[in-house]
Write a new protein. Sequence first.
Length: 178
Amino acid sequence: MTDERELDDGLAAFDQLGREMVETNRLLRTVRSDQTTRNQQEHVLSAEMQTALKQATGASQKALQAAKTEIRSSLLWTGLMAFLIVLVAFGGGYFFGQQAGTEKGQAEGYQAARDEKAAASWANTPAGQRAYGLDQLGNLDLVTQCRGQGWRIVRQHGQDYCYPYLDAQQMVHGWAIP
């Protein structure tokens, strides 16, 4: 509100300046007296113009200050609104991402639970018990990865096979069976 009043005061000063300029021009045209009178009149007019110029300068400074204040205020509001929009966008993204993540996690958890149930069911079979016994002895990796001493992987027909071979001491090695 103060800015608008300052702006109105500045505009009123400009109007006053215009009226004073019109009056000054009128006085200049009517002055046709002798040189001394003219000099005195010019001195008076010069003082009036200086006063009017000071008023105009003051009014223009007030108007400029009001414009700067208005620009700052506009920039502040624009920045604040942009920040709020970004904040709302991040909040919405987090909310929807959280929901999607929860749904996906639950779906993957149910799938894993089904797989665990199947694995637990197989572990109770005789084959599962034998595999568990091999693992307890540390031999399950030897069998499944063909890493035992005297054994090697041979690729045939696009498939890997694990074969025994004679080592440097002409021996074939194996592993313990549970």
